[in-house]
Structures are given as C-alpha cells and as structure tokens.
Design a protein around this ligand. Sequence first.
Ligand code: CA
Ligand code: CA
Length: 300
Amino acid sequence: MAVALVAAAAVFLFVVSGAYARFTDLLANGSNNFTADTLNSPTGLTATGGSSVSLGWTATSDTYASGHRVFRGTANGGPYSQIAQVTPRTTTTYTDSPGAGSYYYVVRAYYQNWESANSGQASSGSTGLLNCGANAAVTTNSGDNNGFQTSPANACADDSVYAEDPSSGTGSSLSCSSTARDRHLFYNYGMSIPSGSAINGIEVRLDAWADATSGSPAMCAELSWDGGATWTAVKTTATLGTAQATFTLGAASDSWGRTWTAANDFTNANFRLRITNIASSTARAFRLDWAAVRVTYTPP
Ligand SMILES: [Ca+2]
Ligand SMILES: [Ca+2]
C-alpha cells in the first residue's frame, strides 16, 4: 500500500513539475528529495591523450541528473571553462582536441540549473608535432657516411622541399643495424614538457618515399635520451612507395620500451632521432620531407 502510494505520488510530481517547471516541498521522492538533495559529483575522471584527449568518468549517482558538463583549464587546479555538455547521464565519455600544451579537466553533473561540485581533476599533455632544429649525418660505420647528404635540413619542416639520400649505402641490407647503410640524426626539437610529467608515448612521423620500390626500401627510427650515447629499440616503416606518404612510428601510448624523465631526456642536448635507410640495393634514393616528433604526457 505504502509503495503504491509513493509511486502514484511520484508520477503526480512529474506531471506537475513538467507542466509548471517547478517543484514543491511536499514530497520526498525516495533518496532524491529535490529540495534537500546534494547533486553528487561524477567520480573517477581519467584523461588519455595524444592529438586528441579521451575523457572517461563514472556518472553521478543521482539518477535524476540530466547529464554532465566537461571543463578544461590550462593550470593545475583551474580555473576551468566549460567545453562540453554531455547527455544523458549514462554517457560518460568525451573526446577533446585541444592542440599542443598541458590541459587539466574536471566534470560536473547538472540538473536544470543545478550543478554539482567538481569531480577530481585529470590532466593530459602533448607537445604537438615538432620540427627539428638541427641535423647531422652519422659519419662512421654508416654506409656512405654522409646520411641524407642533399639538403638534410629540408626534413625539418612539412613543406614542398625534402632531404635526399641518393644511391644510399655501401652494401645491400634490410637490417637496421647494418654498418653498410646510411644514417642521419635529427634533433633540437625544442620540446617543452613540464618537469615531473609522466611520459606516455612518443610518435615519430616520417613523410617519406623512394625513387623505386625495388629492394624494399624502408626507414628505421631509434630515439636517444643522452645525446646519442644510448638508443631505444628500433621501429621500421613499411616499404616506402614512390609517392610521398606519412609513416607514424610509435603511438601516444608507446614509450619505446623505457621510462622517460620529462625534465632531462627531451632537452635539445639529449634527445635525438636517428634514421637509417635500408634496402637490398645500393641504388635507391631515399626522400624525406618531414621527420617530426610528438610526445604525449600526463602533467603533474
Ligand atoms: Ca647518403
Ligand atoms: Ca620538408
């Protein structure tokens, strides 16, 4: 009897509120007493980044909530500005594409003109795709020992001019560690990553091609955090085509097999990208329009 009465009253309240857009003090609707309830915050906010930031959270426990609002700031602890309103309440994801920089997020539940307190904060950062500022051929144990000898600095911008390594290598090899193949360093990426950030992933973007596909030409990439003394494991492009194409090695969540230190490993003095041009031929010309690097991190 009591249960039926409450259910009937709840329906009545809904109708009245819909018709008059207001609530009365007369009814406690279970745990959601509209005049006294605190709209609970969403919880468990996470942000995973890269060129876009994927946000996820646990919905407010107040089932009458209409949805959630997403806020973003550029400083730890805010202030934040609203960037999205997500409905219904059970939708608990949002994808943001804020560009390069460090970003701090919170979400709030809302119902009509009520809004909850902030959820816990989550953060995400990306350097964006960066140009190199310097380059140098590797001049020992590296094929012709002259790397991309034709206009190598052209690989430091995404434009219409490119670096070239013609007739590359002193021997045929598809091994990235071969001493018969030409190598080149790219560096001075001018990275700005807040000290104390957790490094989540590194992407190397190579806009590259070759004069022919005979000999299966490809490019190998390795990274150094100590000025070229030590290198990560190697990653290799697919076979290059004869038209420029973009090859992305690594990912926003791929740290190349090591734990990086934000404060030291990405300085111009320390960070290096090394490209090795491989083919089962010494006749291939390797062309590289852009050797860009992007680091994805979680700022402190
Ligand atoms: Ca060369
Ligand atoms: Ca270029």
